[in-house]
Design a protein around this ligand. Structure first.
Ligand SMILES: Cc1ncc(COP(=O)(O)O)c(C=O)c1O
Length: 391
């Protein structure tokens, strides 16, 4: 029987042995597992398998159902490990594959805490990072050294929305025996499927669209078959664990991912197209707009666009931008994104660049477009822009 993505989103991970026949798995909270005898307890040492109760940290049906559901959404994947935040998923994935003395290639458009990890903890461990132009494509080959072990991508970059040529980078990586990792939070596996394109580790901050309701922090690493045991072992050694209550909420969020993301996409496109026509706006950084430099790559590789994009204002300064954002009625001011509510964030990408230079006609704003009526959002932005850059 065919199982397209929306069908998988509603069915994945719902094993009867875990749900007992009700629709959702229960919240299995656990630390101790009780054994009948010492012999039973000792027999457990030899069996380190998925789906076996052993000790709380190894999970219960609530964690297993979520992990299995996320795995099923990525064709070709062997398993998913859960982490207490998106950043923890990124740091665990990198720590699992890098050794002291290794060299990492990191996109210059990476989420800034990912940069901090490279410039902080990884550097202290003797792991060197070279940041590369996200639009480098196959040209990444020129940056490979004998010490290079892995290439990390984030596509599109979550502030400035450069789309990476993932197949070209993966081809170079494979030719040189390097591992590839990607932060796929913007698209989720609904709109982009990295493992099917040959990426080794596909990372999502579930905090955003998977949870979808701005009330849980979580990350996930979905692994190609040759990586799963290694990642599972290192996550066990590091003691990674996510509580069953949060997994329950993430799984509940996941079930509506398709309808939510389709609406985020529709609403965001309506706002993005409108913004592109406004005289106060120099550029809209949205990969689904034909004017976007990464549009052709996006159209080739992605099934859709989520609700996050940025725009660059024509002139004005940070104070004028702050006035514009402060005056918005329907947009919250805050980090994170992927919830049902709209957000506006002032962004200054020049602070987080080393391999490329951010040039812009004015200050920039990132919008997370939520599930409100887009005409209300447009009216709100129109009222603010009417006075831009001066009130
Ligand atoms: C692209 C991207 N990756 C990872 C993360 C980290 O997720 P978390 O906040 O769950 O640590 C974020 C958070 O904003 C993000 O925007």
């Amino acid at each position: 029987m065919s199982k397209r993505l929306p069908t998988k989103i509603t069915t994945a991970g719902r094993r009867k042995e875990w749900t007992q026949g009700i629709v959702n798995p229960a919240v299995w909270r656990a630390s101790t597992t009780l054994y009948d005898t010492v012999a039973d307890l000792e027999a457990g040492w030899a069996v380190n398998e998925d789906g076996k109760l052993f000790y709380g940290r190894r999970g219960t049906p609530t964690q297993w159902a979520l992990a299995e559901a996320l795995t099923e959404l990525e064709p070709g994947a062997a398993g998913t490990l859960l982490f207490p935040s998106g950043l923890a998923a990124i740091s665990h994935a990198l720590l699992a594959v890098l050794h002291p003395g290794d060299h990492l290639l990191m996109t210059d458009a990476a989420y800034d805490p990912t940069r901090n990890l490279c410039n902080g903890l990884l550097k202290r461990m003797g792991i060197a990072t070279t940041f590369y132009d996200p639009q480098i494509g196959a040209g990444i080959e020129s940056l490979i050294t004998p010490q290079t072990r892995a290439i990390f991508m984030e596509s599109p970059g979550s502030l400035t929305f450069e789309v990476q040529d993932v197949p070209a980078i993966v081809a170079v990586a494979k030719a040189h025996g390097l591992l590839t990792l990607i932060d796929n939070t913007w698209a989720t596996s609904l709109f982009f499927q990295p493992i099917a394109l040959g990426v080794d580790l596909s990372i999502v901050a579930c905090t955003k669209y998977i949870v979808g309701h701005s009330d849980v922090m979580m990350g996930a690493v979905t692994c190609a078959p040759h990586m799963y045991s290694q990642l599972r072992l290192s996550s066990q050694q590091l003691g990674a664990f996510v509580g069953a209550d949060d997994c329950y909420l993430a799984l509940r969020g996941l079930r509506t991912l398709d309808v939510r993301l389709q609406r985020h996409q529709e609403n965001a496109l309506a706002v993005a197209h409108w913004l592109a026509d406004q005289p106060q706006v120099a550029r809209v950084l949205h990969p689904a707009l034909p004017s976007h430099p990464g549009h052709a790559l996006w159209a080739r590789d992605f099934n859709g666009a989520s609700g996050l994009f940025s725009f660059v204002l024509k002139g004005g300064d940070r104070a004028a931008r702050a006035q514009l954002i402060d005056g918005l009625a329907h947009f919250g001011i805050g980090y994170s994104w992927g919830g049902y509510e709209s957000l506006a964030l002032p962004i200054d990408p020049d602070r987080f660049r080393s391999a490329t230079t951010w040039r812009a006609e004015g200050p920039a704003v990132r919008l997370q477009i939520g599930l409100e009526d887009p005409q209300d959002l447009i009216a709100d932005l129109a009222a603010g822009l009417a006075y831009y850059p001066a009130r």
